[in-house]
Design a protein. Structure first.
Length: 151
């Protein structure tokens, strides 16, 4: 599984390696989200609970997409970036409702920016980073102040 198959072209071997990395990333993200569910239920945070359940399911879906050979690695990268943007938006909404920490927004923004600049050309990456920044800036500049202990 991790050593590659003998006789594969370098391009095919690289793609197989990337798919394995994507599966690992999505499984770890699903595990983190699954661990948040009991906390959110115990803290009576229904929005965070729903986000964690949806996050678990969507990351397991990403595992399936990463393993599906008909989904190119480039298409998967776009799917991952778009889903990270949606995740950032949902985190911003939860922050406004007081159901998540400001650190969640920062981590989401950094993730979107990192993946965007690693996988995309400069202009689309900069546009996505700007969009993420605006999503981050909006909620934290509004009514609710950022508590440095949250970070």
């Amino acid at each position: 599984m991790f050593g590659g198959e003998p006789g594969l072209s370098p391009h095919r071997e690289r793609e197989q390696h990337l798919r394995q990395l994507y599966v690992g990333m999505a499984l770890l993200a699903a595990l983190v989200q699954a661990c948040i569910v009991p906390y959110a239920q115990g803290a009576d945070l229904p929005g965070l609970n729903l986000q964690a359940k949806l996050g678990t399911g969507s990351n397991l879906l990403l595992v399936g997409l990463a393993l599906w050979p008909r989904v190119s690695t480039h298409a998967f990268q776009w799917i991952l970036i778009v889903s990270a943007q949606l995740w950032l938006l949902s985190s911003a909404l939860l922050f406004l409702r007081g159901e998540t920490l400001s650190a969640t927004l920062l981590v989401g923004y950094l993730t979107v920016t990192l993946f965007s600049f690693a996988w995309l050309q400069a202009r689309p990456a900069a546009a996505l980073a700007l969009l993420g920044y605006l999503l981050l800036w909006g909620p934290v500049s509004g009514q609710r102040t950022v508590d440095p202990r949250d970070c």
